[in-house]
Design a protein around this ligand. Structure first.
Ligand SMILES: [Zn+2]
Length: 296
């Protein structure tokens, strides 16, 4: 099951126990953001048999309409019969000759009705990407006005204004920010999905931190090796040119120490030195060796 389908299953369950006004607001959201909502055609297409059954049952329960359930490829189609369409439109405050759809806010009776409406709209037209892939939640509407008004309802329930864009003739209201998606899922009633999102985010953050630490260490190792390589080259030159015995004892010791421990850090060289040279003492001597090797 996709993440989106899981969210919808959870939302259907969340909507099962609510006040009648909220149940109707949810049904209104699903119908309005379904495939068609007019006197000519009124239908919903969904991959979820449970949602299709729920909508049919709700329409029947409030004695509003009887609807047909049809299978259309991999989807289910709920079709409101022609003789019932006007009654549905009227019930939800819509005239029969509207040019572009809008949201009739008189359907919101209690303070929870807006969230229920959004839940219904989500069930019909929204999708949310699995957080492992990316953070993305979008509502799709066939009309700009409908999409704009949906943004308004999202604001009214305290969520941030979603971004709006048009793609393939459809208006999309979407969130890309993980915290905003978490808030939206929680408000719609998908607490489990919201927790999934939080968990994935924490795991991602931890992985990023580990990567950052590993990268930092790799960079340090790189620096150490480059410095050691330069020191070894200098020592080799001095050995060929004048022999290490010609060097002062402290420099000679540092040179031999480095040659014997080509991969050791300065700290490790300090710990290995027989005359307990300090880290900075070793560093100083190795720099002198490089300078000497470069001097003609
Ligand atoms: Zn209500």
């Amino acid at each position: 099951m996709s993440f989106s389908a899981g969210v919808k299953t959870e939302l259907l369950r969340a909507g099962a126990e609510q006040e009648l006004c909220c149940a109707e607001a949810q049904l209104y959201g699903t119908l309005l953001f379904g495939r068609d909502f007019s006197s000519r055609s009124m239908s919903l297409r969904t991959e979820s048999r449970a949602l299709a059954d729920y909508v049919c049952a709700q329409l029947h329960e409030i004695e509003l309409a009887s609807a047909q359930l049809r299978q259309a490829g991999r989807k289910w189609e709920v079709v409101v019969r022609p003789e019932d369409r006007l009654r549905v439109l009227e019930r939800f405050g819509h005239g029969q000759n509207e040019v572009s759809l809008h949201i009739a806010t008189e359907n919101f009776a209690c303070e929870n009705c807006r969230a229920a409406f959004l839940r219904g709209a989500f069930l019909a037209c929204a999708a949310v990407t699995a957080p492992e892939r990316q953070y993305h939640l979008e509502f799709a509407a066939g009309y700009k006005r409908l999409a704009r008004e949906l943004c308004g309802i999202l604001e009214e329930v305290g969520l941030p204004t979603p971004k709006l864009c048009q793609r393939n003739g459809v208006w999309l209201a979407y969130y890309k920010d993980s915290a905003q998606i978490e808030d939206a899922l929680a408000l719609l009633g998908a607490q489990l999905a919201m927790l999934d999102l939080v968990t994935v985010k924490i795991e991602k953050d931890m992985r990023n931190n580990v990567n950052r630490i590993v990268n930092f260490e790799v960079a340090n190792v790189g620096r150490t090796s480059a410095a050691a390589a330069a020191q070894l080259l200098a020592i080799q030159r001095l050995r060929q040119r004048q022999g290490l015995d010609s060097l002062p004892p402290s420099l000679r010791e540092a040179a031999l120490l480095r040659e014997e421990n080509p991969e050791a850090s300065l700290q490790e060289l300090s710990e290995l030195s027989s005359h307990s040279m300090t880290r900075s003492g070793i560093n100083h001597r190795l720099k002198r060796l490089i300078a000497l090797s470069e001097a003609e």
